[in-house]
Design a protein around this ligand. Structure first.
Ligand code: CO
Ligand code: CO
Ligand code: CO
Length: 302
């Protein structure tokens, strides 16, 4: 539970889920940045199987150097996504800061016996990923000014997509463990899940959904620093079959913003979960691997 939200039981029926996230802009358009930051902040509530109720803005803004209209657009973007999540915006706090940052503090609810963490994965489970990978690499390309408009639009759309549908599908079918893919990349978050659940994880790299342009830029060496750090962090716990494309390992180490959910579900429920996810229009619904008893705390990629 190193990354997701905190839980506080109020009654036998209701527990609070609380989380907070904010960061510097990763796209140029302030409205889109607001939408992305809000979707990213809400994600930790969904990853625990919760439902967001209220959100508060956290703003760091360079009042002297930047036009106030930029801030207004960011907040409008955030508000739009908060409303998509059926949550209420109830306030916030801003400070003057030379570096712009935005995010949300979110409060949600979950049943105290039904919330999910990354510690519940069971041997025999299958792992499902609900968004393709590569937004970190492509955001780096965007910053470098080498990303085309179409791909910029595509990654923006992916990052503003709430994990709401994925969380609903998960609640309807029933799952054993979940985490959202963010800064540690797929491999880092798999490793966290493997350690917390005391299991091993086998990844079928051919089944991992990837934004095609991310592979192109990764093969040109355009990998964010965080990707290398993730790779190093995982290296001692990672077994890679020589047949695996090394570029794919870069993409699986790529830090994601507002990434998808990685859901560990019993094999008997996996097909119905995939169907439900497709019904809910999640960007991906790919079975990317399995949980094994052997190799505790190890990720094996083939
Ligand atoms: Co998270
Ligand atoms: Co978070
Ligand atoms: Co205040």
């Amino acid at each position: 539970m190193s990354d997701d939200a905190g839980i506080y039981r109020l009654t036998n029926e209701i527990a609070l889920v609380q989380t907070l996230d904010f960061f510097t802009p990763i796209v140029n358009d302030p409205f889109e940045f607001g939408r992305i930051a809000a979707a990213n902040s809400l994600s930790d509530v969904y990853a625990m199987g919760g439902r967001p109720l209220t959100a508060m803005n956290i703003v760091c803004f360079p009042v002297k150097d930047m036009d106030k209209s930029i801030l207004r657009s960011i907040l409008q973007g955030g508000l739009e996504v908060i409303h998509k999540a059926n949550a209420a915006m109830i306030g916030g706090h801003s400070v003057e800061d030379p570096e712009l940052k935005y995010g949300l503090s979110v409060t949600g609810i979950v049943h105290p016996q039904k919330f999910l963490t990354n510690a519940g994965a069971k041997p025999g489970d299958l792992l499902i990923l609900t968004k393709p990978l590569g937004t970190g690499i492509l955001a780096t390309a965007l910053k470098a000014g080498v990303l085309d408009e179409e791909t910029t639009r595509q990654i923006t759309e992916l990052m503003v997509t709430l994990n709401k549908g994925a969380a609903e599908a998960m609640a309807e079918v029933g799952a054993n463990a979940c985490t959202d893919i963010t800064g540690f990349g797929l491999l880092g978050h798999c490793l966290e899940m493997a350690k917390a659940s005391n299991v091993g994880i086998k990844i079928n790299t051919k089944k991992v959904p990837v934004i095609p342009e991310a592979k192109t830029f990764a093969s040109m060496g355009l990998v964010p620093g965080g990707g290398y750090a993730n790779r190093r962090f995982c290296s001692k716990r990672l077994e890679i079959d020589p047949s695996v494309d090394p570029i794919l390992i870069d993409v699986m180490s790529d830090p994601q913003t507002s990434g998808g959910l990685l859901i560990s579900v019993s094999e008997s429920k996996a097909d119905s979960l995939v169907r439900k996810l497709i019904e809910k229009n999640t960007p991906s619904a790919s079975i990317v691997g399995e949980v094994v008893k052997k190799l505790p705390g190890i990720i094996r990629c083939s």
